[in-house]
Design a protein around this ligand. Structure first.
Ligand SMILES: [Zn+2]
Length: 324
């Protein structure tokens, strides 16, 4: 039997049966270096490699809090295989409390994958994550939530890659996560699409939002992730598998994002989680003096998956997303 090699990510190295934690420097060009907080665990027993990111969007706190909780509490003696956990994947966005984008270049990190090693700083960060975290894993998980200005109902998302085996495995892993809804891709430029392109089963998981991290939401995200680790084979003691909190997942095959065509003051007329029919007026954007600039109508029957909750609205920004 060959000796298992240490798990190495940047300057971190974990020998079998141990955990290593620390900051991993990533060079983004233009003299910019970010330090990603990373946990690597090499389990006492062989098994799959699971890679996971949180904080791809820097103000999505439930996902960041839940991943820290799980990655730091796992006992390497209980782990079969390897865990690579990037606790906050966009540290400059986290520090700036920035919504949607990485402030260094104004790009949305989760639209840049698989990334470009000669591109802008955010494109280079995407490339580093693709090459060093996603590639080489057997399962990839990307933990998100509604952004600081978004209310959200919990859901998982998977890709429709056309590879039946990969898609079936992603579906099993999403079902294990046990969130309220399941959305099925494609979603170009995202982490999960990058993983799918490499033939790696992948799950996007979203719980909570609005810049808060209440214990109930963190517990829902953490329990789902732990169940996924069991389904992936990284954890094997059934007695440790969280039974709750979880939902019987409902599949919503069609997704429609609604974006503002004007800049002004957003007054939603629907709630997050509400089911609406096609043609329903979902709210209005007003000018500063209350005149209605637009009164957008739902393009499909569906559930309000996320809802922008800020009064400020900019032309081109999302208002909400429907899935049905
Ligand atoms: Zn996000």
């Amino acid at each position: 039997m060959t000796q298992r090699q240490p798990l190495v990510i940047g300057p971190l190295a974990a020998a079998p049966g141990t955990r290593a934690t620390g900051l991993v420097p990533v060079h983004l060009g233009e003299g910019i270096v970010v330090s990603l907080p990373v946990v690597v665990i090499s389990g006492a027993q062989p098994g799959p490699r699971v890679a996971v990111t949180a904080g791809i969007h820097g103000a999505e706190y439930v996902s960041i809090a839940a991943l820290r909780q799980v990655a730091l509490s796992l006992d390497p003696k209980d782990v079969h295989g390897e865990l690579v956990a990037v606790l906050t994947a966009s540290p400059l966005a986290f520090a700036a409390r920035a919504i949607y984008v990485n402030p260094v270049d104004g790009r949305n990190l989760n639209r840049q994958f698989p990334g470009d090693p000669a591109g802008s700083p955010t494109q280079r960060l995407a490339r580093w994550l693709t090459d060093n975290v996603i590639a080489g894993s057997d399962v990839f998980v990307d933990m998100h939530c509604g952004d600081m200005n978004e209310a959200l109902v919990s859901f998982t998302g998977i890709e429709d890659t056309g590879d039946a085996a990969v898609d079936a495995r992603s579906r099993e892993l999403a079902d294990a996560y046990g969130l309220r809804y399941l959305l099925i891709g494609p979603s170009p430029g995202t982490t999960t699409t990058a993983a799918a392109t490499l033939g790696i089963p992948a799950v996007l998981a979203e719980v909570g939002g609005q810049g808060r991290w209440p214990a109930d939401d963190v517990a829902l995200h953490a329990a789902g992730f732990r169940r996924l680790l069991h389904a992936a084979g990284l954890l094997t003691n059934a007695a440790d598998e969280p039974e709750a909190p979880r939902f019987a997942t409902e599949v919503l095959p069609t997704e429609a994002w609604m974006r503002s065509t004007t800049t002004g003051y957003w007054h939603p007329a629907v709630d997050v989680g509400q089911r609406v029919t096609r043609g329903t007026v979902v709210g209005e954007v007003q000018d500063a003096f209350g005149a209605v600039l637009e009164r957008p109508e739902a393009p499909i029957d569906g559930v309000v998956i996320f809802l922008v909750s800020s009064l400020a609205m900019n032309q081109g920004d999302p208002l909400l997303a429907l899935a049905g």
